[in-house]
Write a protein that binds this ligand. Sequence first.
Ligand SMILES: Cc1cc2nc3c(=O)[nH]c(=O)nc-3n(C[C@H](O)[C@H](O)[C@H](O)COP(=O)(O)O)c2cc1C
Length: 176
Amino acid sequence: MKTILLIYKSNTGFTKKYVQWIQEELNCTTIELKDASISEVAKYDIVIFGGGIHANKINGMKFIKSNLGLFKSKHLIIFATGATPASAVEEVKRFEQENIPNESNIPFFYFPSGMNYEDMRINDKMIMNCLKFVLRVKKNKNSAEQGTMGAISNSYDNSKQILIKPLINYVRGLLA
Ligand SMILES: Cc1cc2nc3c(=O)[nH]c(=O)nc-3n(C[C@H](O)[C@H](O)[C@H](O)COP(=O)(O)O)c2cc1C
């Protein structure tokens, strides 16, 4: 029987929510990135890593990138959560291209989430307020800028449990 470890980094709770849904389905061991160690990771056959998108970068990817040698002998799966809707396929493709190491063939899954200003760290709140201000005062906003304004204006949650299905099916395929 293959063993599964799910490691995650979640600042405002969206990735954690998806992690809890994945954990319910796969019944896997789950740890926060801050508690993850190489010696622990080495014990598992399948490692799933998840983090929120932060200015186009997946939170916590440094841990994965600096230990790629170890992951070569494992099945590694990465997922990200972000405010970008899943229908923005070009942007989601860019998240994959800019975050997943080239030619690594690591499967990547993207789950739309939202914004959570209530649980946001103060420095992130400041970044978002600056961005809101810049967009508000900008004249002749293009459609992408208008979309971003709408996506960051308030707290909302577009997370849906059903969206984890492709990842679950992929991992179950590894177990078969
Ligand atoms: C400072 C900041 C930057 C963000 N940048 C992006 C981004 O570039 N693209 C995106 O789709 N979502 C972005 N988001 C939204 C987060 O990716 C989204 O809320 C994510 O699910 C957070 O995950 P977490 O709560 O698990 O940390 C950003 C949020 C914050 C606070």
